[in-house]
Every structure is written in C-alpha cells, then in structure tokens.
Design a protein. Structure first.
Length: 192
C-alpha cells in the first residue's frame, strides 16, 4: 500500500477553468479515479463511524422503535443526534482524538447543524466549532430542512421542472429526416 501511494514518481497537476498548473509531487491522499480510493476511504473512516455508533454519550435519534445515528457516503457524514449539548461535546472530543491519531481533518467550513426540534443551538454554539443553519442543508445533492414534509417540494419539484424544461427544449431541436421516431425517443431518454 505504501509503495502505491508514497511512490516518489507520483505527480499531479490541477486544471482550473481550462488552465493547467505545473506538475507537482503528491505525498498524501487518494488519487481521484483510482480504483483503490473507495476502499481506502472506507478503511480510514470506518473506525470513526464505529466509535460514533458505539459511544453511549452520543445520543442517537429515535422514532418509535427505529434508531439511527450516522449515515456515510465516502467521506461525507450525516449525524442524527439528540441531547445536543451532551452529544456534541462528546462528538467533538471524539473527532479531535480521531484527527490526532489519523491525520484526517474535519472540514469545519462544510460542517453544519440543523435542528429538527425547537432546540436553540445558538445558546450553546460558542462551545462548538459547527455553524448553525435554520434554512436547511444539502447532503449528497439532497436539500433537507427542519420540516421533513418539505423533502418532495425541495427536491423533486425543482428536478421535474428542470427535466420538463430540458425535454421542451430538446423537442424544439431540428432532427435530420433520416432519424426515425425510435431514434428520436432514444436520444431523449439518454439525455434525461
């Protein structure tokens, strides 16, 4: 593993707005597109996830008999917690320990708290490094706000409007007469 990722001949460049940087050596991290990257992310993040799941002082969210505490997709983490003051203080301790031992850093600019209850996070926000939002968060492309009944309105309605607009625009495109109706429909299906 070290040979693959600490190879002195690993170089990269960054392309921004079509302009390439000069090549530079890479010494850490997973390469984008590398088939090992997903497995390495899982190996790196799962100890943190297990520590969160097993910490009895980080209180999970419960609806009737169903409980849930954490959702993961690669390095994106979504936590469902109750008892905010107690849970967050233990979570911050755990994150700090994990960062110290693993070298993995939490991006606090992307870390937000959304309260689904009447709890006022601002009353304890000075104790924690997370910013609070009342308007909602975006997780894996899904908009979530404090009212879970709004999920359809926040996500499906805009998507349907965009697809409808795209289909209307595509229907206006002139197609060469040699393309049959089946080809026309296949083209639309591919675009959607």
């Amino acid at each position: 593993m070290r040979r693959l990722f600490l190879n002195p001949f690993q170089i990269a460049k960054i392309v921004t707005n079509g302009i390439s940087s000069t090549y530079f050596n890479t010494f850490r991290g997973c390469r984008q597109g590398c088939p090992l990257s997903p497995a390495l992310i899982v190996l790196a993040i799962e100890p943190l996830a297990e520590a969160i799941r097993n910490n009895v002082f980080i209180h999970r969210f419960q609806i009737v008999s169903l409980t849930h505490k954490i959702s993961l997709f690669a390095d994106d983490i979504l936590l469902y917690l109750t008892n905010p003051e107690g849970s967050l203080s233990k979570l911050v301790e755990l994150l700090n320990s994990y960062s110290l031992f693993s070298g993995y850093k939490i991006n606090l600019d992307k870390s937000e708290i959304l309260s689904l209850s009447d709890f006022n996070y601002n009353s304890i926000s000075h104790k924690f490094p997370f910013r609070s939002t009342t308007t909602g968060i975006r997780y894996l492309g899904i908009n979530i706000n404090g009212n879970l009944g709004d999920l359809f309105k926040l996500n499906i309605d805009p998507l349907l409007a965009k697809v409808t607009m795209d289909v209307d625009r595509w229907m206006e495109l002139p197609l060469h007469q040699s393309i049959n109706v089946h080809g026309h429909l296949s083209q639309k299906r591919i675009n959607i």
